[in-house]
Design a protein around this ligand. Sequence first.
Ligand code: 5AD
Length: 514
Amino acid sequence: MGSELVRISVTGQPHAEAAAVGSVRRGVGPAATSADAGLLGSVSRLRTFYLETFGCQMNVHDSEKVAGVLVARGLRPVENDRDADLILYNTCSIREKAAQKVYSRLGAFRKDGRNTGKIIGVLGCVAQQEGTRIFERAPQVSLVCGSASYARLPGLLEQVEAGNRRVLALSLETDECFETELTRRDSPVRAYATIIEGCDQCCAFCVVPMTRGRERSRSSQKILAECRRLAEEGYSELQLLGQIVNHWADPSPARLSFAELLSQVAEIPGVRRVRFATSHPRYFTPEIVRAIETHPTLCDQIHLPVQSGSSRVLARMQRGYTREEYLEKINCIRSARRAISISTDIMVGFCGEARDDFEQTISLLDAVEYDQVFSFKFSPRPNTAAGKFEDAVLEEEKGRRLAVLQEYQRQIQLRRNQALIGREFEVLVESFQPRLQQAVGRTTSNRVVNFPGQPDWIGRYVNVRVTAAGPNSLVAVRADQAISPRAATRSDAATCAVEVRGATEARRVEWKSK
Ligand code: 5AD
């Protein structure tokens, strides 16, 4: 992305009005001038920062806000840790592997001997879970900060700059959300807005309540003001975020319901697409489906993690619904006046999951016919109820079940996607693959579509006609190019294969963890 995208929207506004109002788009070159830095915070001895994010959209957006805090202090983002004075890892601990990755990154850094004079910080869920253990295992780290303490980041950075080599912020006792003066937006097309932070559910497998703290909702006024501002800045696709986004409860006197909030965001001039994630089935109401039916800007896509198709396992997971209750919600979505695509998360090999339980999960795939499934092997996490369960499924068996489930679902997705050949869709272009000269975009139903295009189409809406389909993506041509539907060719297959890998990568960022 070129530096022409760098733009600070608070320019020209008095400081008092600038609070919590700015976005700066990701780009090369300085992201804030020293005048901006003087306006927004003290100028730092640290000049440059490198911030790497592990995990889900919540983490991606947290990083955007952390980067905004740093930019406001006069720091400049760099693309490479070698060029950075300050290196931050925003971490995820939802599954075992996610936490291991962070330690291996820190280890690699030490071995390289590249840390001379650099300040290294660990943020996010691993920071919260590991606390001072990080200083012991990785003494080159000077800052450990959980996500519930991000509002304190400027003060913490001052301590680090003053020479404190063990700055720790782990309190979960907060009723505040992380509000920033500036947010550095990573995507040129889609903007995230947090509506609720933390989680009060006690799913037996999940670390989130221990890493992100108690649930706290932002007021509808703040959310709507942020969304209006984003639309004015040119973001036409907005995604509302929360661990349990549909448990949002308006703390303001307006007392909007979640569906009412969706409807109001959908009506903001300039907004063309609204998505929200992640919904919990327990709080999923028909009112949400009615809102989607009523407002074409609310995308025809719902992510509704089921985790297991067995009521027995669901009870053990403390999910708060049965298979039958979940299927009722699915029926409600399927009976909507316009088709809504449905995706889910599934864990295999949860403690005590018998063959029969697993088969019920497979039969749920048939019953629902999901458009996309993100599937994981259960891994016990520290301080969770399931971390103490003693009837673990063997790793090898978990692997086998995962492979079976993924292959089964692959066939379903392939079938569903192939049924779309010949249909026309509006696609928002998100990226461009120079090697294949392909534009990559998404339909409102969140399907990835590859089609011949130009680099400057990023951010545009293009009507396409589907010509071929893989399990994870579609191949298309522009709709104004009249080409009759045909079977997939070898080059389509190559495009699909690339996209399948691409989608897997994207997923690592977007969905693989909370
Ligand atoms: N082991 C494996 N997968 C997990 N997830 C959450 N906790 C665990 C765990 N301990 C998965 C769930 C959740 C997704 C974000 O990550 O499927 O919906």
